[in-house]
Design a protein around this ligand. Structure first.
Ligand code: NAD
Length: 570
């Protein structure tokens, strides 16, 4: 089956060759318009009498759906369920509601609420969305991919569920993450949902609570590992290439060892990227560049301590090193600007137990020895901070409260405007509570967090807490890669995305401490980023050779504004 989406010369969205009628049309969330079906459509598609008489316009439909949501009270999970159910009934209306209430609803359909949805997935399960691939499907994955609702897939988000937000192995429940991420793609970049596909590689779980749960809905086996795991992923990637040759694939929430291996193994096999490594890297670097404008300290004068050397921490540090190199910092000088710390201590070539993905960001042994940051000394975070004197500290550990009063006060001794980025999600995993950080620094800090926090009043002055989230980056990268038909998603495309995001933030307001623009501007920012990414794909020789003007025209053509399409019967 293929949904045929066309654009008329004046830009109207059309779904052509609609083959469904009556109840079949009403239960297809991509076609369904509910009470917005016009009287003519009701006649044309055998809907007469199947809907209440009144044809409802967009404003009224959105306000009715909003009333349903408000009736759920203050419970974000109830709202999540309500939104998921709307998505299953009428996808256009779902995005209309989401876009008109973007700041209230992004935390409902994604982090932090999506974390709760992952944890109780098997108990709250109502109906499937996307595809689950299990080891039982070995040898048949190409056929399984043929079961999707639309053969024209252009964007896939896939997870193996092992590192869901900061909540670890959530087994089958991890599926809510690709679903939520793709909703953000549509929300931010206007990629039509018909082209998107969430996939879970359900290779089992090592979470004992799930394995023992009578209602567990997934493949109830310990995780597949080693060669059988990689063989399954190989088959999956090959099947995607054959079945959906135009698709971009995003790896999402894989545990660090697999995250790096899979990214490197397939990045030139099919256009693919890892959100947690590259998307996060670009998003955080954009925030850091914006913080330089806020504090007046140049990037080349910053000392950035990354706490947590997992997928996100190493991704951020790699990206930072590229950004510093781009502004003329030599390889030898990079460690004076970026240091990485994990439970094994400051990451250097002298650190015992170094993992392969950490090598690229490790300090040389001699430097660590010269600074007294080896062995036990390097494990003491306070000692590391006293010695390195960071101007910016960022946490991606999943450890709540790791940035203690002592950590923040020690750091703040050496920085006039300390920048604190507590990135772990969901909210319960955040390394620091923003109000504490402001209090411990007498309001001098600039704070960003992974999950949303309200502004904080310190002595009558409101302090912004920016949300550092790769939602600002990945939709633009995805759309840019799609319009340029990129055969590879390069790191330089992420650098272009980070620069475009930082430029937007700095231009938006110069007089407050925000490191990211408000979410309500997501559409405009994403369009900027998509253009920058498509131009970089062209310049790097991996994308279509379009002029800047043609890129803008392509974006005009591809970006969907959540209007109901005209349905044309077959
Ligand atoms: P990961 O498991 O790959 O890495 C976590 C790392 O933290 C590990 O290396 C672990 O050893 C280290 N760690 C644990 N305790 C520590 C401690 N006390 N001190 C120092 N290091 C410690 O996970 P990840 O993919 O890197 O994600 C980590 C967190 O970052 C998650 O909570 C995730 O939700 C969050 N994250 C946020 C964003 C964002 O945009 N805000 C993006 C990606 C990830």
């Amino acid at each position: 089956m293929k949904y045929r989406i066309e654009r008329s010369p004046d830009g109207e969205w059309i779904m052509a060759d609609v083959w469904k009628r009556g109840a079949g049309l009403l239960t297809d969330a991509l076609f369904n318009k509910g009470t917005a079906f016009t009287q003519e459509e009701r006649q044309l598609f055998d809907l007469d009498g199947m809907l209440p008489h009144q044809v409802t316009d967009r404003r009224r439909q959105v306000s009715r759906a909003w009333e349903h949501l408000m009736a759920k009270g203050d419970d974000p999970f109830e709202k999540y369920v309500c939104m998921a159910s709307l998505q299953g009934r009428n996808e256009t209306l779902y995005f209309q509601v989401l876009s008109e209430h973007i700041e209230e609803l992004t935390p409902v359909v994604y982090t932090p609420t999506v974390g709760e949805a992952a944890v109780c997935f098997s108990h709250a399960f109502r109906r499937g969305r996307g595809l689950w691939i299990t080891p039982d499907h070995r040898g048949r994955i190409y056929d399984i991919l043929g079961h999707v609702r639309n053969e024209d897939v252009r964007l896939i988000v896939v997870t193996d569920n092992e590192r869901i937000l900061g909540l670890g192995d959530q087994g089958v429940g991890g599926m809510v993450i690709p679903i939520g991420k793709l909703a953000l793609y549509t929300l931010g970049a206007g990629i039509h949902p018909a082209y998107t596909l969430p996939i879970s590689l359900d290779v089992g779980t090592d979470n004992p609570d799930l394995l023992e749960d009578d209602l567990y809905a997934g493949w109830r086996e310990p995780r597949l590992r080693g060669t059988p795991y990689y063989e399954l992923v190989d088959e999956f990637v090959e099947a995607v290439r054959r079945r959906f040759p135009e698709a971009i694939l995003q790896w999402e929430d894989f545990k660090k060892a697999n995250a790096f291996v899979l990214l490197d193994r397939y990045r030139s096999v099919l256009p693919s990227f890892n959100d947690d490594i590259q998307g996060t890297g670009a998003a955080i670097v954009a925030g850091i560049i914006a913080s330089c404008a806020r504090t007046g300290v140049k990037l080349t004068d910053q000392r950035i301590l990354m706490v947590g050397a997992g997928a996100a921490g190493v991704g951020i540090s790699r990206h930072l090193r590229s950004a510093l190199t781009a502004v003329g910092v030599s390889d030898e000088d990079l460690p004076s600007h970026v240091a990485v710390y994990d439970t094994i201590g400051l990451i250097s070539m002298a650190t015992e137990g170094l993992e392969p993905h950490q090598h690229s960001v490790a300090w040389p042994s001699e430097l660590a020895e010269a600074r007294g940051l080896v062995g036990e000394e390097s494990i003491d975070l306070i000692h590391v901070i006293e010695t390195y004197q960071p101007t910016i500290i960022a946490g991606a550990t999943g450890v709540p409260g790791l940035f203690t009063e002592e950590v923040i006060r020690t750091m703040a001794k050496h920085a006039e405007r300390p920048v604190v980025m507590a990135l772990s999600n969901p909210t319960s995993k955040c390394e620091a509570v923003p109000s504490d950080v402001f209090e411990w620094t007498n309001g001098r800090a600039i704070v960003a967090t992974g999950s949303p926090f309200d502004p904080v009043d310190i002595d009558g002055r409101m302090h912004t807490v920016s949300q550092a989230n790769n939602v600002y980056i990945v939709p633009g990268v995805g759309m840019g890669a799609l319009v340029s038909k990129a055969r590879e998603v390069t790191d330089s495309m992420f650098v272009a995305a980070a620069d475009a995001l930082a430029a937007r933030t700095i231009a938006a307001s110069e007089d407050d401490d925000s490191l990211y623009p408000p979410l309500r501007n997501l559409r405009i920012i994403t369009r900027d980023i998509a253009g920058a990414v498509a131009r970089e794909a062209r310049d790097a020789g991996v994308g279509r050779d379009l002029t800047d003007e043609e890129i803008e025209q392509e974006l005009d053509h591809e970006i969907w504004n959540f209007d109901y399409p005209t349905l044309r019967p077959i």
